[in-house]
Ligand binder design. Structure first.
Ligand SMILES: C[S@@+](CC[C@H](N)C(=O)[O-])C[C@H]1O[C@@H](n2cnc3c(N)ncnc32)[C@H](O)[C@@H]1O
Length: 279
């Protein structure tokens, strides 16, 4: 079955961590949400599809924006994250709907004015086939807006931790930069080619840079250290290492984060593409 590795991934450890840390992840990604929703400009009455909606932060904001005349559907392959999204919708008495399905094969009805995603579209085995299918959801003149990461080298929030503790951990195999995963769309020309081949027009790929608050509070460095042992490229290896290595890793991380502390925040450079296209 297509996207099986990612289905397994988002329904096990990764899904559990994101579900448990929903509030924290949404706070960390606030600048992205604001920029993405601002660019997408959902209007009252619009029909919207949120791809890889996870625990529902953008879906719920979209449902509020389109109002009772509109309709918002969040689609995700992670039952764990959808459970959180549905509970949040119920608590907020939101009209947002959710469906557990693979966005690359869920058939569309050509009725969505807006298709949006905050970091939920980089995980497809066959991105051209996936975006061709996603196109079937778009109404004539419908618009696509999503956020995806630029290169790891431009994203210190992900790489600083890895650089700081790399010497303490067993070497990890060189990852294929084009494989499904957070950085799969880092190359804008490849991304443009994928969207164009899938039938999308007027593709615009614009950079957006922000400081990601990886640590906050009275001791933001300690908070950032805790965060990077839960999420990010070094997290799993640190968790699986022995106690002595973990202590050394925590000390190395604290040293690496200290220069980025400003008051109650450790903010690390983050770099994304804000992508838009027309059906
Ligand atoms: C990085 S998370 C982002 C979640 C959410 N959009 C957010 O910003 O909090 C990526 C999400 O994409 C979902 N996903 C990955 N592949 C998918 C697919 N083929 N169809 C639907 N959802 C998918 C994952 O389950 C996960 O919830």
């Amino acid at each position: 079955m297509t996207n099986e590795v990612m289905r397994e991934y988002w329904n096990s450890d990764a899904g559990r961590t994101w579900a448990r840390m929903q509030e924290r992840m949404d706070a960390t990604l606030t600048p992205v949400t604001a920029e993405l929703l601002g660019a997408a400009a959902p209007a009252p009455g619009e029909h919207v599809l949120d791809i890889g909606c996870g625990s529902g932060e953008t879906t719920l904001a979209l449902a509020a924006a389109v109002g009772p005349e509109g309709e918002v559907l969040g689609v995700d392959i992670s039952a764990l994250l959808l459970e959180v999204a549905e509970a949040r919708a119920e608590a907020l008495e939101s009209d947002a709907d959710f469906i557990e399905a693979d966005a690359s094969t869920l058939p569309g009805e050509g009725d969505r004015d807006l298709i949006i995603s905050r970091f939920g579209v980089m995980f497809f085995d066959d991105p051209v086939a996936a975006f061709t299918n996603i196109h079937t959801h778009a109404a004539p003149g419908g618009r696509l807006h999503f956020a995806c990461w630029r290169t790891p080298a431009e994203n210190d929030w992900a790489m600083l931790a890895l650089r700081a503790v790399g010497h303490l951990l067993p070497p990890s195999p060189q990852a294929d930069p084009l494989a499904p995963g957070p950085f799969a769309f880092a190359d804008p020309e490849r991304l443009r080619g994928i969207l164009t081949a899938a039938g999308w027009h007027d593709v615009v790929i614009a950079p957006f840079d922000f400081l990601m608050p990886v640590g906050t509070g009275a001791d933001p460095v300690a908070d950032a250290v805790k965060f990077s042992t839960k999420i990010g490229p070094a997290a799993k290896a640190i968790r699986e290492a022995g106690e002595a290595v973990q202590d050394a890793a925590r000390a190395a991380l604290a040293k690496a984060y200290a220069p980025y502390a400003d008051g109650e925040v450790v903010g690390l450079p983050a770099a994304i593409w804000l992508v838009s296209a027309q059906a």
